[in-house]
Write a protein that binds this ligand. Structure first.
Ligand SMILES: [Zn+2]
Length: 387
């Protein structure tokens, strides 16, 4: 995998490239990135870069023998360990090497964009928790003690190191601290808190943030050929989660985004009306910032969509179903909101959302406008419940 195929913010790639250029590759590194960051791909690209015989300042060459093997995940000095468990095929003593075919397929077919659950589905252990067990660590220790076949660096990638069993970890520690020869361990996790302290203390931490919205928009435009506006909708509605954004289908068009936004809007208004112990006011602030980030035209677009949604809810109330053109998601949402949006209060919804559109046209501050709208909605909902 080339760095150019990895969708993480450029500063992280730069940091890794510099370690190679300055010959300061730390032998045990922990990549920490939430689900929806491209951490696994980054680990592979980094290892490929280290071993490439013709790398440039920016990337691996992609054509030297080492790169070719890396790109097929068939390099004899590249090793992977990942959570696994018994399934229909492997009925006892599971270990990573028995799932390598599936692992390779998974990475090559998704460009290393998959979640832990995707992986569990792939190896059909869905109802079990995968672990990285002692057998895996013994296999690793054996391979780590051997000389490299052909590469400068032997590389061990351990995906989801937080799934490493405690007794297995104990065996790994010494090698992690003082490996033989040129060895690189890249450990990957989504949960810093669940990684054993003894492992944390022996690794250098690299934090991988989610892609910025602008960067994700670029990725979506390049890879999916979306126009800028669709890409922006998808990026924001996926909360910059790379995997979700990349999986959003083209037919799940902008209306889905707007519907999701409205559902989120109603949910927050409800929480404002009936705050629970766990209610976090920051989620309101976050949401308002997202709406602000859309820009005026899309804000109006969203508000118009809500008005049409409310209209649909009316048609449903009057049993004018034959006039309805609704998607499955809309139908579900309509049913969910039936007790909150109905003929007795529909005019209030119309008024709030229409007013909001004209306020945007008058250039009212978007933050204040949407905060106001949320509070107004929360009043409607509060009234509804007490009525
Ligand atoms: Zn190369």
């Amino acid at each position: 995998m080339l760095f150019s195929d990895v969708y993480v913010n450029e500063d992280v790639k730069n940091r890794l490239r510099r370690t190679v250029q300055n010959q300061r590759v730390s032998h045990a590194q922990l990549f920490l990135g939430s689900e929806g960051t491209h951490s696994l791909a980054l680990a592979i690209a980094y290892a490929q870069y280290i071993n490439c015989s013709h790398r440039t300042e920016k990337d691996s060459c992609g054509i030297c023998p080492s790169c070719k093997k890396y790109q097929q995940l068939a390099h004899p000095d590249l090793h992977f360990y990942f959570p696994n468990a018994t399934n229909q095929k492997i009925k006892k003593d599971p270990q990573s090497s028995e799932f390598y075919t599936e692992w390779r397929e998974m990475i090559l077919s998704t460009q290393a964009m998959f979640t832990l659950n995707d992986w569990y589905s792939k190896i059909e252990i869905e109802n079990k928790q995968g672990i990285i067990n002692t057998k895996d660590v013994e296999d690793l220790l054996y391979k780590a003690s051997m000389k490299a076949y052909e590469a400068e660096y032997k590389v061990f990638v351990i995906w989801m190191i937080d799934k490493l069993r405690f007794d297995a970890a104990t065996k790994l520690l010494k090698t992690l601290e003082e490996p033989d020869g040129k060895t690189l361990f890249v450990l990957i996790t989504e949960n810093h808190d669940k990684v054993l302290k003894t492992v944390l203390s022996r690794t250098q931490l690299l934090k991988i943030n989610k892609l910025s919205t602008d960067a994700l928009v670029d990725v979506l435009m390049q890879t999916k050929h979306y126009d800028a506006s669709t890409a922006q909708y998808i990026a924001i509605s996926s909360d910059n989660h790379l995997i979700h954004a990349m999986r959003t289908q083209e037919d799940e068009n902008e209306d889905v985004f707007k519907l999701n936004l409205f559902v989120a809007c109603m949910r927050l208004a409800y929480q404002l009306a009936f705050p629970s112990h766990t209610f976090d006011f920051n989620s309101v602030v976050d949401f308002i910032s997202k709406l602000e980030a859309l820009g005026r035209e899309k804000q109006k677009d969203f508000l118009r969509y809500v008005i049409s949604f409310v209209r649909k809810s009316m048609l449903l109330d009057y049993n004018l179903n034959n006039l309805l053109r609704i998607t499955k998601q809309e139908q579900e949402a309509l049913l969910k909101f039936r007790s909150f949006i109905h003929k007795n209060n529909v005019s209030v919804f119309y008024k709030y959302f229409n007013d909001a559109i004209s306020h945007i046209e008058y250039n009212v501050n978007a933050k204040i406008l949407f905060a106001d709208l949320l509070i107004s909605l929360s009043y409607i909902l509060a009234k509804q419940k007490t009525a």
